[in-house]
Ligand binder design. Structure first.
Ligand SMILES: Nc1ncnc2c1ncn2[C@@H]1O[C@H](COP(=O)(O)OP(=O)(O)OP(=O)(O)O)[C@@H](O)[C@H]1O
Length: 377
């Protein structure tokens, strides 16, 4: 429902003056509002993302499309990790109507956190964000497409969305780490099998998206069990949370026990824990069929110890078609939640946020519905 209510229709193709009047269509009928048209676009390209061909993909497939649609853009090549984060933290955002990332999901994670680092974050995070898939996972790009698409087909579809310029809302998840660092995430938190595969398969990135399958097979051969405590606030127990206020009202301090309204998972032996708030974990992993970018839900999956290797492989193969929950696997649990806490007991391991490794240790998170704006289909 959010997406229909908040959809802002913007036509790049008719781009003329800088401050044009846009039609904002709400369910009750069209409303007129003066909004700056998102056409002055900063496109951040990570030339090393995916198989290292992001720039060639941009010039080969997207450049001409944007020119034909009269979308003025400035290309910025990132030079190092956190370059994009620093750049958007200091940028004069009045110069830009959209920030677009041509990379994997990691660069968007940087951009979102750069925007949230700003003193004027409330306004800054309203800047429409776009994604052009140039990485190997491309989870957000895949999630934004109504039909399954891969590689260049997915890129062209995202390029078309950029030219069309529909902007919707996107939930962000606020994440607290033991060091008191606070991060904002648009995709996932992973611990155990999924995080291991993501990070360990980095070395196969030259093969593209198939790196995850290779990583999965390697990790299956050395399947591990992780001990930890998991607790969550189910959707039905959560109080109504006002839109667009990133005060983490659902979270106690990490050193405090979780409130009584939370569910504490009895099991403490896990193969994986995955919290995801988009439909896809990668181009070919349809993890939450039906999930919307702005449904206000963290989709929490966990797999408990005791699952056999063939059963775990079957789950990931079924996920390509979004059919893993229909496998009837007793070790797979799925809950819709608003907040969660994970406290690893196993002394070493990996936790990823949006595919990027973060410090290992206790972590808790809460959803903030519709905090960001996303160029979508
Ligand atoms: N010029 C650069 N050189 C090195 N690292 C960079 C550069 N620009 C960005 N990065 C970092 O590279 C990491 C990976 O980026 P990103 O996730 O966008 O691509 P990817 O890993 O290829 O994609 P995917 O996550 O889909 O596999 C991020 O941590 C990002 O901060």
């Amino acid at each position: 429902m959010h997406s229909t209510l908040t959809l802002i229709s913007v036509t790049f193709a008719a781009c003329g003056s800088r401050t044009a009047i846009l039609n904002l269509f709400f369910l009750g009928g069209p409303l007129l509002q003066k909004v700056r048209r998102p056409c002055r676009t900063m496109i951040l390209v990570n030339p090393h993302s995916g198989r290292g061909q992001a720039l060639q993909l941009f010039t080969g497939h997207i450049q001409g499309m944007l020119t034909e649609a009269s979308v003025p853009y400035t290309l910025v090549l990132t030079e190092h990790q956190n370059h994009a984060r620093e750049l958007v933290k200091k940028a004069d955002l009045s110069q830009w109507d959209a920030l677009v990332i041509m990379s994997g999901d990691g660069l968007l994670f940087e951009v979102i956190n750069g925007l949230m680092d700003r003193e004027d974050w409330q306004e800054a995070i309203q800047t429409p964000l776009g994604i052009l898939p140039g990485g190997s996972g491309n989870a957000l790009a895949a999630s934004r497409n109504d039909v399954m698409a891969w590689n260049e087909e997915l890129l062209l579809s995202c390029g078309f969305m950029l030219c069309k310029g529909l902007v919707g809302s996107m939930d962000l998840v606020s994440i607290h780490l033991a060091s008191r660092q606070r991060l904002f995430s648009f995709l996932s938190i992973a611990w155990g099998f999924v995080a291991d595969v993501d990070i360990e398969s980095e070395k196969y990135r030259h093969v593209g998206a198939i790196r995850f399958l290779m990583g999965t097979l390697v990790r299956l051969a050395t399947l591990r069990v992780y001990q930890g405590r998991l607790a969550y606030l189910p959707v039905k127990e959560a109080p109504k949370h006002p839109k667009g206020t990133p005060v983490d009202s659902l979270l106690p301090g990490l050193d405090q026990p979780v409130p009584e309204s939370w569910t504490v998972v009895k099991e403490e032996d896990f193969v994986l824990v995955l919290a995801i708030y988009q439909s896809h974990l990668a181009e070919d992993l349809w993890t939450v069929p039906g999930a919307m970018a702005d449904d206000g839900v963290i989709h929490l999956f966990y797999v408990t110890a005791g699952i056999s290797r063939p059963a775990l492989l079957r789950l990931f193969l079924a996920m390509e078609k979004g059919a893993h929950l229909a496998c009837g696997c007793p070790h797979l649990v799925y809950e819709k939640v608003r907040a969660l806490r994970l406290e690893p007991i196993t002394p070493q391991g990996m936790i990823t946020v949006d595919g990027e490794m973060v410090e290992y240790g206790p972590v808790q998170a809460q959803i903030h519905p519709g905090l960001a704006k996303l160029i979508c289909g």
